[in-house]
Design a protein around this ligand. Structure first.
Ligand SMILES: Cc1cc2nc3c(=O)[nH]c(=O)nc-3n(C[C@H](O)[C@H](O)[C@H](O)COP(=O)(O)OP(=O)(O)OC[C@H]3O[C@@H](n4cnc5c(N)ncnc54)[C@H](O)[C@@H]3O)c2cc1C
Length: 477
């Protein structure tokens, strides 16, 4: 992987060839004369903030409302945890051109994402330790002969290494419908039995269960990684934490984001929209951009009702479950804990990422659980969930008992403002619902990562914002 050292990535370096940004700037001058027209944006994540800034720069009066008491949405730097880990969007590809341009505009610096303090990864399968070297001959290896040398964390990418489309945006083409099928069926066709499937899916981050996961969505994820490496993308992060980016974007808005305002209802009639918030606040505008993730958007009432297919999409699509715990240990505690380093496991606690914190030599452990395995923790109160997680770790590593100190628990699926990390596309859903999700209604435009065509993740949020802002401008021109 190409690393760019710890040098700030300047805007100039990334704007060269930033076709999307240039195309946006080339919008007809006429639509830049929009003073007096008001746009309400719901959601102050990257998509909402970027749409708001584009519309503000085009001359509209923009007001942004946000349900949480902070901006950033699924960007969440845990400033109070040693080492300031990212609980949400963490890795910024150097091919995220829109994000890089927005960071330049907001005066935020990007630096290389140095996994410097990370400790080496080993495996824990059915409670027994494994290494990359031991895996091929392990009695716990359930994979067919030709795949036995490949560890479970790498087998999905290996099997999907030849996506059926050439460009990441092609995943939504009708011709791809034949891949919009159950991933588990397809993996069975590759020779995996139930034990192999269970292990492959143990930490699947793109579907809560393989049986409910679309093969096409997995192909899209793998294609996204391939695209990044083909473009020589290195990984970046925002200096001081990724949350600094949405904070700096929000600071560019002429009107401060209205925090703690939860959108509950949207009415549209006679070329106007009216947004109702749980607090009783009402906002009138000429158009609105709704950037809420699907699980949050589905609770918003619409008058008139959304078209049937769009309603069905909101009611049906679920997001991937992710639960994370951040634990800390001193040097002595870590050495006595019996945990060898970072762990990929099929135990209840999923994966452990261990890294040294600064010069102290102490260790921060991030526990990361994906999919239905999160229910075990999300169904409990926060204190009980933390205790259960520690007990699950201590069952395998008894010496760790009392030596790992919880600093934060982040449960994305249980958070009403996100409902999970990203869409967990089920078989058939991409073809049936993807176009409906971004379909504008009268005065209502939809943004958010889940509506992007080409990119997923943070850059997808920016891509979706540009499309939604364009729609608004074209409609109001
Ligand atoms: C654990 C995790 C790891 C990730 N890792 C990466 C990564 O490494 N690289 C990458 O590119 N991407 C990553 N992502 C994805 C990335 O963070 C998201 O795709 C992106 O931040 C989504 O931005 P958004 O604006 O579309 O949505 P959001 O950030 O979710 O913004 C939507 C906003 O709407 C608000 N809202 C919700 N309901 C209401 C309501 N009723 N009224 C008002 N406001 C409301 C929310 O509070 C939120 O602020 C990760 C995400 C998670 C959760």
């Amino acid at each position: 992987m190409v690393k760019s050292g710890n040098k700030p990535i300047t805007r100039r370096r990334f704007l060269a060839g930033a076709a999307a940004t240039a195309a946006f700037a080339a919008l007809p001058a006429a639509i830049h004369a929009q003073r007096g027209r008001r746009i309400a944006v719901a959601g102050a994540g990257l998509a909402g903030l970027h749409a708001a800034l584009l519309l503000q720069d085009a001359g509209y009066e923009v007001i942004v409302l946000e349900g949480r008491n902070r901006v950033g949405g699924r960007i969440l730097t845990l400033d109070h945890v040693p080492g300031r880990p990212e609980a949400g969007g963490s890795q910024i590809g150097s091919n995220y051109r829109r994000l890089l341009a927005a960071a330049g505009d907001a005066g935020v610096r990007l630096v290389a994402d140095e996994p410097g303090g990370s400790l080496p990864t080993s495996y824990l399968i059915d409670g027994m330790p494994e290494t990359r070297q031991s895996w091929a001959e392990s009695p716990r290896n359930p994979f067919p002969e030709e795949f036995r040398t490949i560890t479970p964390d790498r087998l999905t990418s290996f099997l999907l290494r030849e996506p059926p489309f050439r460009q990441t945006s092609d995943w939504q083409d009708e011709a791809m419908a034949r891949y919009d099928v159950s991933a588990s069926e397809w993996f069975r066709g590759q020779g995996l039995d139930e034990a192999g499937l269970a292990l492959l899916g143990a930490n699947n981050g793109y579907g809560n269960r393989f049986a409910d996961t679309s093969l096409l969505s997995l192909y899209r994820v793998v294609a996204g990684f391939q695209r990044a490496s083909a473009e020589g993308a290195s990984l970046l992060e925002v200096e001081g934490g990724n949350l600094r980016l949405p904070e700096a974007m929000a600071a560019r808005l002429a009107q401060p984001v209205l925090l703690g305002e939860t959108l509950t209802r949207v009415e549209s009639a006679n070329g106007e929209v009216r947004l109702h918030c749980a607090s009783g606040r009402e906002i009138e505008a000429d158009a609105t951009v709704l950037s809420l993730p699907v699980p949050a958007l589905k609770r918003v009432e619409f008058s008139p009702a959304l078209p049937a297919r769009q309603r069905e999409a909101l009611d049906t699509i679920v997001f991937n479950k992710v639960t994370q715990a951040y634990l800390e240990a001193s040097v002595d505690e870590w050495e006595a804990s019996g945990i060898p380093g970072s762990i990929w496991s099929n135990a209840e606690f999923g994966r452990l990422f261990a890294s040294r914190v600064g010069d102290s030599g102490g260790v921060r452990l991030t526990v990361w659980v994906n999919g239905d395995g999160c229910d075990r923790y999300d169904s409990l109160g926060e204190a009980e969930a933390g205790e259960r997680l520690m007990a699950d770790i201590a069952r395998v590593y008894p010496d760790a008992r009392g030596k790992l100190h919880p600093r934060a628990l982040v449960r994305w699926a249980a958070d009403p403002f996100s409902g999970g990390s990203w869409p967990a596309w089920a078989p058939g859903q991409i073809g049936r619902y993807y176009p409906a999700l971004r379909q504008p209604a009268e005065g209502i435009h939809f943004a958010g990562e889940h509506t992007a065509a080409e990119f997923s993740g943070m850059e997808g949020a920016f891509e979706s914002a540009e499309r939604a802002a364009r729609e608004v401008m074209a409609k109001l021109a």
